[in-house]
Design a protein. Structure first.
Length: 355
């Protein structure tokens, strides 16, 4: 009798470096416990079974086969009836292997379909503002590009908008050239937009300025800024000549990042939250003022509520000399007149100079 041919994966039953076949040593006169036999793999022309053929007794047979460049050897000792039982068991193992393989393929298909569905959902999220509207609103509210004062250095600024799904969908700068504002502020603006959007809800807004006090050592949100690292692949991709244009490399990508100082606001259209806006390029207090103005110019300032009962997601200047915030949502004062401008805009609470 020939050794049953095994057609399953090379390592699923026999093993790569040894043969293992659990043999039954039943005889016609007695029954003995089952045992497991292991033998090292040997080439077909070596070993005690190299010349074994089907003409030899059924009580002992072996056969060597080579599949996919890997030698497999099977060995069996027993009666013909037991050999048939061994073959059936072998076929069951093959069937189990095929079922496992089918389940694995099905799992991959489900994951792939889920990824496609998520990608489609992200692609369908509308952008709260296109590039031209953002650019126009930004230029009109930055002093360096002809707008009003905001109390800080009065430098040019970057602005970025993310859709509700976190995808960057508009980036602009107020200056005459891409390097007329701090180059590093492009990513900061995008991350501020991501933060405000990601930490705001339909019924409550959090500005990035509201996060400062809570993330200080000992605060209830300490370490928050490290929980959502920026997307490095998106952050540093593309040609700098296209930065701030309709073809900015950030467009259509999630930027990630968490920023915990002023300049990021959630966007609301009156029906719900639609995304986030980030502004960077001046002091963080001035960035907040510019973002407040730009959000209003875009008509996306229908904020339902925030951490301040009256001014919602306004910047709160209530840190004491020891750095503790009375409200728990405070932000430090900056060196200029940003707090005065914020008070005039309704964008800030406290910190302004008495009149």
């Amino acid at each position: 009798m020939r050794c049953p041919r095994y057609s399953g994966p090379p390592t699923s039953f026999f093993g790569q470096d040894s043969v293992a076949a659990c043999l039954s040593t039943h005889t016609s006169n007695a029954s003995h416990p089952k045992s497991c036999r292991k033998e090292p793999v040997k080439p077909p022309d070596q070993g005690p079974f190299s010349n074994f053929s089907s003409a030899q007794p059924a009580s002992r047979f072996a056969r060597s086969i080579r599949r996919s460049g890997r030698l497999q050897t099977c060995s069996y000792r027993g009666t013909k009836k037991q050999a048939v039982s061994w073959v059936r068991s072998n076929k069951m193992l093959e069937s189990m292997d095929h079922r496992r393989f089918s389940s694995l393929v099905l799992g991959f298909l489900v994951l792939a379909f889920s990824s496609v569905q998520q990608g489609a959902a992200r692609a369908q999220a509308p952008c709260p503002s296109d590039h031209d509207r953002l650019l126009s609103a930004l230029k009109a509210n930055v002093k360096a590009s002809g707008g009003p004062a905001n109390g800080g250095f009065e430098t040019n600024e970057w602005a970025a908008v993310v859709a509700r799904n976190g995808m960057v969908c508009a980036v602009a700068f107020s200056g005459p050239a891409v390097d007329a504002q701090w180059p590093g502020s492009r990513l900061i603006a995008a991350e501020k937009a991501n933060t405000a959007n990601g930490l705001s809800l339909a019924n409550m807004a959090l500005s990035t300025a509201n996060l400062y006090a809570g993330v200080q050592p000992g605060g209830p949100m300490f370490g928050l800024q490290f929980t959502n690292p920026p997307n490095q692949a998106a952050a540093y991709a593309g040609d700098a000549k296209s930065f701030g244009s309709t073809n900015d490399p950030l467009i259509g990508k999630p930027i990630g990042g968490v920023v915990v100082f002023g300049g990021g606001l959630a966007l609301y259209d009156g029906k719900g939250i639609v995304g986030g806006l980030g502004v960077s390029g001046d002091s963080s207090c001035a960035d907040h003022n510019v973002a407040w103005r730009v959000r209003a110019a875009l008509g996306l300032d229908k904020v339902p509520a925030g951490v301040n009962p009256k001014r919602k997601d306004a910047i709160i200047y209530d840190l004491d000399p020891g750095g503790k915030s009375a409200s728990g949502w405070g932000h430090p004062l900056c060196a200029g007149h940003e707090a005065d401008i914020a008070d005039e805009l309704g964008a800030g609470v406290g910190g302004s100079t008495p009149k």
